[in-house]
Design a protein around this ligand. Structure first.
Ligand code: NDP
Length: 297
């Protein structure tokens, strides 16, 4: 039976460290780090995510602001709101909760977030810096995956990692980070040989059978089953799917746990780590701005 990788416990440890660092930062600078979340429309899942982020901020001493806009908001109105937050010196991190209603151009909206406040690491400048191994911010979910690998000492050097899903949020940056030389969590948790699979991959089954580590970010409930993976593989389930039976991942936990050496559950796996990494980015954003401010003086 596979070892269960406890994302909640790992995230709590990280949050405790961040809380201490926030306290030190506030003592030194008299600046309270602040995250602003922009929520458009009434998507229930988005409301839950934003609420979780607010609660998490509070738990580590970070201020949070919620800007709620109606589903009918126009692109110029939304952009104006983001620009207001960009210009507000009391706000250090700005995130736009996704998905946005269909009439809005998501990429164009995200591009408006000031790179120094882009705590989701979606801005092309931040993606570029991350890919070049000189990150300003790290993308929250892929960083969370590295954190759990590190917490359990699951090295990836020279191992074959198969990532299923190539989104800008998860799969693509995950592939970049795992194949880096230095790696944000140290070289033991990068230097992998990475295969990035997607819906057009014709040999997913073969790839999965050869994977030492599987990262599933597909968005389909329990898509990957135990009989598809190599015995002893490490299985990281990023998926969050709402089903009548509750939240499930992209991995069928029971059948995979019977074959794998280690596996993350859903819930209680990568989700809590994603939020913890968002807090880290917010503190990082506050530090960056304060540093600039000090240098300007
Ligand atoms: P997207 O829908 O943006 O991307 C899904 C990816 O999976 C696409 O690249 C798609 O391929 C690929 N895919 C779909 N079907 C198959 C298939 N049958 N075989 C192989 N590849 C397939 O999803 P996200 O990356 O945003 O999210 C993925 C999952 O992770 C979701 O369940 C989401 O809820 C969850 N998530 C969890 C987070 C957390 O904090 N734990 C954070 C973000 C997301 P193609 O590109 O060809 O369409």
């Amino acid at each position: 039976m596979a070892q269960r990788l406890d994302g909640k416990a790992t995230a709590n440890q990280i949050r405790e460290r961040i809380a201490v660092e926030v306290q030190e930062f506030v003592t030194q600078t008299a600046v309270q780090p602040c995250l602003a979340a922009v929520l458009v429309g009434e998507d229930p899942a988005s409301h839950v995510y934003v609420k979780n982020k607010e609660t998490a901020c509070r738990s580590v001493g970070i201020d949070s602001r919620l800007i709620r806009l109606p589903a009918t908001v126009t692109q110029p109105e939304l952009v104006a709101e983001i620009q207001r937050l960009n210009a507000d010196a009391a706000v250090h991190g700005v995130l736009v909760q996704l998905p946005l209603p269909k009439h809005l151009d998501t990429q164009a909206v995200l591009d408006q977030v000031a790179p120094g406040k882009d705590v989701d690491c979606f801005h092309p400048e931040n993606v570029g810096l991350m890919v070049q191994e000189r990150p300003r911010f790290l993308p929250c979910t892929p960083h969370g995956v590295l954190q759990i690998l590190q917490a359990y000492g699951l090295h990836t050097v020279g191992r074959h990692v198969v990532i299923v899903g190539r989104s800008e949020i998860v799969g693509k940056p995950m592939a970049a980070l795992l194949s880096q030389k230095l790696g944000p969590c140290g070289s033991d948790y990068s230097n992998a040989t990475v295969t990035l699979c997607h819906s057009r991959s014709t040999d997913l089954e073969t790839q999965l059978r050869q994977a030492d580590v599987v990262v599933a970010a597909i968005g389909q409930p329990q898509r990957i089953r135990g009989e598809q993976i190599k015995p002893g593989a490490v299985v990281i389930d990023v998926g969050i799917n709402r089903t009548p039976a509750g939240l499930v991942g992209d991995v069928d936990y029971d059948s995979c746990a019977a074959v794998a050496s280690a596996i993350t559950p859903v819930p209680g796996g990568i989700g809590p780590l994603t939020v913890a990494m968002l807090l880290e980015n917010t503190l990082r954003a506050a530090r960056g701005m304060h540093h600039d401010y000090m240098t300007e003086k």
